[in-house]
Design a protein. Structure first.
Length: 364
């Protein structure tokens, strides 16, 4: 075990010992005979001998032999061990000048972040079901955009986005060949309105009335259209009559679990195909048409919009709107204007004065 003496305490004895060994090798061993005799020097092998005459020596005396010592060994120094030098950093990888950096796609955002949607509802097959079917597609697009600009001038910082709500699955009072009491808008008519939307920068909602089918089955039927980034979906619980019900005669109903299933379907669709968030609009004006609403989840990339679609006395409509917008599944809020059935028909200023302000205004 070493004691804690300073290193210099060991260095000095080592230096003296090493020096003595060095000189011993150079000069050999000197011995003296009788007093007065000159010392006899035995030179070490390989040394250079220098002959000198002492000043007090008698004339003719033999000169003294003095070997020339070799240079002393270098002094030993104790130094702390040094870490090996660090490797130089790798040079940066050169990027060719003609290769632009890969752009990072922006995170998808909801249409409702900065916008209010102005919607015209209906079908080209039946003008009595809404304003959409009362005019030609081009006239419809122009009228809708003008109406959206009117809201845009009144609603502050929010933009007004013109939107079509096209009834895709329409319930029938008589049995249909598919057994669902449903007929469907032909694909070529859907494509016609999708082209119109592309031309005029419109959003499109495909509305499903369910009949004897299920929410999940009906949404799956429009997946090919939902792959279009501007297409969304609406469901109408009033007409979801179950496997044994009769549309118009039987009161329809869906549950919060049905809403969650629809949300999950849309969420997976957006993630799989890198689509922007989808809207899921749910119509309601009677309490019993949506049950277990408290289980409704808030899933990413899906905006659940509750559309209060009662018609008639305007003050009564306002009360119902406030009543339903407090429901847990009213993530976004929509107010429905019936141009022929409301008394009076609410103006744009009336609608924007609602509390809470609607995220969507639907005209029927």
């Amino acid at each position: 075990m070493f004691n804690k003496r300073p290193w210099r305490a060991y260095a000095v004895p080592c230096f003296i010992s090493i020096t003595a060994i060095a000189f011993g090798g150079f000069v050999g061993i000197a011995s003296r005979g009788d007093p007065g005799d000159p010392p006899t020097v035995h030179a070490a092998a390989g040394t250079t001998q220098i002959y000198t005459q002492d000043a007090g020596a008698a004339p003719g005396a033999s000169p003294t032999v003095s070997p020339t010592p070799k240079p002393l060994a270098p002094r030993l120094e104790l130094r702390r061990p040094q870490a090996p030098p660090e490797a130089p950093p790798a040079p940066p990888t050169a990027v060719p000048r003609d290769v632009p950096p890969t752009p990072v796609p922006p995170a998808p955002t909801s249409l409702f972040e900065t916008n209010q949607l102005i919607v015209y509802y209906g079908t080209p097959l039946a003008p009595g079901l809404g304003v959409l079917g009362t005019m030609s597609p081009q006239d419809l697009a122009q009228r809708l955009k003008e109406h959206a600009r009117l809201y845009d001038d009144l609603n502050g910082d929010r933009k007004a986005v013109p939107t079509l709500d096209l009834i895709y699955g329409i319930v029938q009072s008589e049995p249909t060949g598919n057994g669902l009491y449903l007929s469907y808008l032909p694909d070529d008519r859907v494509e016609e309105y999708l082209r119109l939307a592309e031309e005029h920068g419109l959003q499109v909602i495909l509305d499903l009335q369910i009949g004897r089918s299920t929410v999940a089955a009906e949404i799956a039927k429009i997946e090919r259209f939902l792959l279009n980034p501007r297409v969304h979906v609406a469901i109408d619980p009033e007409y979801a009559v179950g496997p044994n019900g009769y549309p118009i005669h039987t009161s329809g109903v869906i549950s919060g679990h049905d809403i969650n299933g629809a949300q999950l379907y849309l969420q997976e669709l957006t993630e799989k195909h890198n689509l922007p968030p989808k809207m899921l609009i749910v119509h309601q004006f009677m309490d019993g048409t949506i049950i277990e609403g408290e289980v409704t989840a808030d899933l990413p990339n899906v905006d659940v919009v509750l559309n209060m679609d009662a018609f008639g006395d305007y003050p009564e409509k306002v009360k119902k709107y406030r009543h339903y917008m407090a429901r847990p599944y009213a993530e976004r809020r929509s107010f429905n204007i019936f141009l022929k059935q409301d008394r009076p028909v609410g103006t744009e200023q009336d609608v924007l004065a609602l509390d809470p302000m609607p995220d969507m205004v639907m005209y029927q």
